[in-house]
Design a protein around this ligand. Structure first.
Ligand code: ACM
Ligand code: ZN
Length: 754
């Protein structure tokens, strides 16, 4: 009795130990470490019955640490594999990624239903061997594992910037290492057509190059003057990549964009547009009005293109894009308008739906399915289509509720072109703020779904758009380490409450990436600042993934040194100043220096409420961001701005007591290419009871335009307890602008008074 109890106790304590010490990502569903060790032999004997390609991969990955030999008669075998027979077709489908990995003192035994399961087990074994390579002794353990989600994807945009076959293969290797199973290859867009189509050679002759490219921040509106391309993959290249991915049990899903993001194709074949052209592949980033015109000739073209694409890619799903298609041209096109009438469509959104339905029918007729960005829900979803939910989670929810499959890839959590650290210490990025812990905290199952509806969530994916990513080193930087968080979210073993423990495993994996010379981001070491309300004003909290006692800071604008103040508690910010901070270890500077400028006014740190909330992608800090003392950087939409799509800002600030002031200021941003427009108007009100408000100032469109959105107005001498500021969104984007007909974005950074 006592012995059983003791054995049980040892087992449990080892399970706990394993949780803390095994550096596996994604962490397996079930791990038990037991007493004893498996000594990694000098020569690792394999039995001859292991699946060949997978075993060769294993040998290659561990080859620098191990020497291998296939077993001769009578020799002890170090690695064996058994195939478990499924009991039914459903069982086979459900268990195809299952594996058991049993490490006993003499032998490693892998059990799986499929070669894919065996491959996944080897990935786990590679991480274990790597962890114990110094002692060459692996704890005896049993792992049983299987992913929660069937679709665990990473996307790569090769249109804005091109990446070679070799680089794409490296990317696929990263997916395999962390047990992702889907590579979404974004092959066509306005700025470049990157796949050879034999029937339409001009697609790559004309569409694979552009005159020049935008450089720097979008608002700089600067171009490099250098021709880009021709860059494309030949069909032989594509076959090579698909085969390479297949050997790693990764499905490649190609994306051919339609009806929008089609400028490169229209440059080659202008007859497929609503107007005559000529067109050129885009040199700017953004969304463009010239899109495919839904005429028979266009459908014939797209069907022929898809025929060649389906020949090259064996995937069940073909991604047909469907996002960001302005309706400007369709509204003015006689053919489009007649088509709307003839088919009794409601409007141009109905035409978008007609377009996707017709393509779906064709793709289905070839035994494949379509998946598209969530705008394919516009005007009614095609009967068998799956939805990739990117503008938020609503697309996925709507799809699942109507029994359509969905992949969750919401911008706020899954866009790896967003900043992952404080924007001022990061390379130029698209915008947004999606640090590692945010990705890790994502739950792909929206809480709005019941268990049955949740079955339609196929999985999760992160997207890497490459407008601001010029080379592969930068690709590595943007995906690592966030890919590891995505991997564990998709596997279903992430737990945001154990983020610190996950972060330690990430830091252990950095050694693996170092050995592979991968340029991963070290942003988690950098200091993250957070403004908090304190003492009727604000304080600045500093944190790092490392020991926070190593943080030093200054308030006088000088760079911190080892002699600067040590960070203890949130630093009170009494007036306008710049705080600079950095992380030191053993007397050495270990991080970038972070600098934050504060502009303190009488609203700073006060209570603020918003009647309408900002968009999730641009909501960092919530309403408080408007009184946090930080003026937004116009080149970085990361943390300091709130973004409202199609909504007004309706802000009420409780100043705490009657407060005298004569000036009100706020900034709104203009970046028409990104659909960000200056406010149409603004109004300023005061109140003493938070009920009866008196209008004290109106600001019109012309005044806002003249000030380029930087509003600073004299309001006379006022004395009030409540301030209300309403800032009117530009509304629907007018014709002639990028994103015409869509809801404009309104970006606001701060509301201050003096
Ligand atoms: C997208 O980010 N336009 C799908
Ligand atoms: Zn048309």
């Amino acid at each position: 009795m006592i012995r059983t109890f003791l054995a049980f106790f040892i087992l449990i304590s080892n399970v706990i130990l394993a949780q803390n010490t095994l550096n596996l990502i994604p962490y397996p569903q079930k791990v038990q470490t037991l007493q004893g060790e498996f000594a990694i032999p000098d020569i690792f004997i394999l039995s001859g019955e292991l699946p060949k390609e997978e075993t060769e991969y294993f040998k290659k990955r561990t080859g620098s640490q191990l020497e291998f030999q296939y077993a001769q008669k009578g020799e002890d075998i170090h690695l064996i594999h058994s195939v478990i027979p499924p009991v039914s077709a459903a069982d086979a489908e459900e268990k195809k990624e299952y594996y058991a990995l049993e490490i006993s003192p003499k032998q490693i035994h892998i059990k799986s239903y499929t070669r894919q399961g065996y491959f996944l087990a080897l990935q786990t074994l590679i991480q274990i061997i790597d962890q114990y390579k110094d002692t060459k002794k692996i704890p005896v353990m049993k792992i049983e594992d299987q992913p929660k989600f069937a679709w665990r994807g990473m996307h790569l945009d090769v249109c804005r910037h091109f990446f070679t076959v070799d680089e794409v293969k490296q990317y696929i290797d990263y997916l395999a290492m962390y047990k992702l199973n889907t590579f979404h290859w974004h092959l066509t867009d306005d700025q470049g057509w990157r796949i050879e189509i034999k029937k339409y050679p001009k697609l790559t002759q004309i569409g694979s190059k552009r005159k020049e490219s935008m450089i720097g921040a979008y608002v700089d509106n600067t171009f490099d003057g250098k021709p880009y391309g021709p860059y494309f993959y030949t069909q032989e290249d594509i076959k090579d990549v698909v085969k390479y991915a297949h050997e790693r049990h990764i499905t490649v899903v190609p994306e051919i964009e339609m009806p929008g993001h089609a400028l490169a194709a229209l440059a080659a074949y202008p007859e497929l547009a609503c107007t005559k052209g000529p067109f050129e592949p885009a040199t700017k980033w953004g969304v463009f009005d010239d899109v495919f015109c839904p005429k028979d000739e266009t459908f014939t073209f797209l069907e022929n293109v898809l025929d060649e694409v389906m020949q090259l890619f064996p995937s069940k799903y073909i991604h047909i894009g469907g996002d960001e298609c302005p309706k400007t041209r369709w509204k003015e096109c006689t053919h489009c308008q007649e088509l709307i009438k003839k088919n009794n469509l409601k409007d141009e959104h109905g035409l978008q739906s007609y377009f996707i339905h017709r393509i779906e029918k064709y793709v289905n007729s070839k035994g494949r399915k379509i998946i598209g960005w969530d705008e394919i829900l516009e005007g009614g979803l095609a009967p068998n289509a799956a939805v990739m939910s990117w503008t938020g989670v609503n697309g996925g929810i709507e799809a699942a509720k109507s029994k359509h499959f969905a992949v969750m890839t919401p911008g706020a959590y899954c866009y790896f072109d967003h900043y992952q650290g404080d924007p001022q210490s990061e390379p130029n990025a698209f915008g947004g703020f999606t640090p590692l812990d945010k990705v890790y905290a994502y739950n792909p199952i929206p809480s709005e779904l019941n268990a049955e509806q949740a079955q339609y969530i196929m999985g999760v994916q992160a997207n890497l758009w490459t407008e601001y990513i010029l080379d592969f080193k930068h690709v590595q930087y943007m995906i690592f380490p966030r890919l590891m968080a995505l991997s564990e979210v998709g596997w279903g073993t992430s737990d945001p409450k154990k983020y610190k423990e996950f972060e330690n495993r990430v830091i252990s994996q950095f050694k693996v990436l170092d050995n592979m010379q991968v340029n991963y981001a070290k942003s988690i070491y950098n200091i993250i600042g957070k403004v908090v309300p304190a003492n009727n004003g604000i304080a600045y909290e500093l944190s790092t993934s490392q020991n926070s006692k190593g943080i030093r800071y200054t308030l006088d604008g000088t760079n911190p040194t080892i002699n600067s103040k040590t960070y203890q508690n949130a630093v009170q910010i009494p007036n306008s100043l710049t705080i600079k901070s950095a992380y030191f270890e053993e007397g050495q500077l270990k991080s970038a220096v972070s600098a934050q400028e504060f502009t303190v006014s009488k609203t700073t740190g006060k209570n603020i409420t918003l009647e309408q909330q900002p968009n999730e992608n641009y909501s960092f800090g919530g309403a408080f961001t408007l009184v946090d003392g930080i003026i937004g950087n116009v080149k970085q939409l990361g943390k300091t701005w709130l973004g409202f799509q199609g909504k007004d800002v309706l802000a009420t600030i409780d100043l705490g007591k009657k407060t005298a002031f004569t000036e009100v200021y706020f900034n709104t941003l203009e970046n028409k290419g990104s659909w960000i427009h200056l406010a149409k108007s603004a109004k300023i009100f005061i109140s003493d009871d938070n009920t009866n408000f008196k209008l004290i100032k109106e600001i019109g469109t012309a005044e806002i335009q003249d000030a380029h959105g930087k509003i600073k107005v004299n309001v006379g001498t006022q004395n009030a307890k409540y301030l209300k500021v309403t800032i009117e969104n530009a509304g629907i984007i007018p014709a002639g602008n990028p994103g015409a007909d869509s809801k404009a974005w309104l970006f606001v950074d701060e509301i201050g008074i003096n």
